[in-house]
Design a protein around this ligand. Structure first.
Ligand SMILES: Nc1ncnc2c1ncn2[C@@H]1O[C@H](COP(=O)(O)OP(=O)(O)OP(=O)(O)O)[C@@H](O)[C@H]1O
Ligand SMILES: [Mg+2]
Length: 252
């Protein structure tokens, strides 16, 4: 695991339709210490995905820098695992082969990469589905395969952009609980993007509220772990924190 540092990051797009420049991200600085789980929340269009894409190395910043450990990000790399809203599994590969794909690309031999894949499938509660194909799974299960696949690369930093947005509310709560459990076991450094305030608070050590491309405020979430929804929905501390973040987002 490694820390993630975002320093004075900005991104200006040229919007060809409007014939104008858009300041999507403006001078954002953010530190995610090794093993910490940080959520970014904010209204649609505030620059969340743009930040994640720059950290992933998919797009270049207009200015500023991004460090994973002490290494400056210059493009995509195996030190960062990415989970998107759309699952993007390989439909022609089994679940096991999907999860073993990253280790395979790293040159890990077949028995070892299958052992790694089975370990992460087990963590994601999917051992029984290893030999199935993605189209034989529910959306929530596919989402868990996506998380297992990202984790199987053992990235230093895990980047997630609304990974649970397309699953039903019940499954979503289960996935959130599983993600916190897996995170506690593996202690990855995580940057998690969502516009769902309770989700952000439930998962994170710290919530960063973004407004029009800038950091509006950071809120520490000192709730005890492990976190379970049935306990937290009753918790005054949870409600107060969620309310505080919600007010910030609404003012954003
Ligand atoms: N490729 C692009 N070209 C021009 N403008 C863009 C491009 N991508 C994003 N933008 C603009 O940059 C701003 C930030 O977009 P971004 O996708 O980062 O927002 P977001 O916070 O992820 O929103 P959402 O919650 O809807 O996913 C928006 O105004 C958007 O229109
Ligand atoms: Mg987005």
């Amino acid at each position: 695991m490694k820390s993630l540092a975002i320093r004075n990051l900005s991104k200006t797009y040229f919007d060809a339709y409007a014939g104008a420049h858009v300041d999507a991200v403006r001078d954002v600085s953010l530190e995610v210490p090794e093993g910490e789980f940080v959520s970014i929340v904010g209204p649609s269009g505030c620059g969340k995905t743009t930040i994640l894409n720059m950290v992933a190395g998919f797009i270049a910043p207009s200015s500023g820098e991004i460090l994973v450990g002490d290494h400056a990000v210059a493009g995509p790399g195996p030190d960062r695992g990415v989970v998107f809203q759309s699952f993007a599994l390989f439909p022609w590969k089994t679940v096991l082969e999907n999860v073993a794909f990253g280790p395979k690309m790293r040159g890990v031999g077949k028995p070892e990469r299958e052992r790694i894949a089975r370990e992460f499938l087990s963590l994601a509660g999917l051992s029984h589905a290893a030999e199935r194909y993605p189209n034989e799974l529910s959306g929530g299960m596919q989402q868990r395969v996506g998380v297992a696949r990202a984790l199987a690369n053992e990235p230093d930093v895990l980047l997630m952009d609304e990974p649970f947005a397309s699953v039903d509310a019940q499954t979503r709560m289960t996935l959130q609980e599983e993600l916190t459990r897996i995170w506690q076991e593996r202690r990855s450094t995580v940057l998690f993007i969502t516009h769902d305030v309770p989700e952000a608070v439930f998962l994170a050590n710290r919530v960063v509220v973004l407004s029009k491309g800038r950091v509006l405020e950071e809120v520490d979430i000192p709730l005890p772990r492990p976190r379970r929804w049935d306990a937290l929905v009753e918790s005054d501390d949870f409600k107060a924190l969620a309310n505080q973040v919600l007010q910030l987002v609404r003012s954003a």
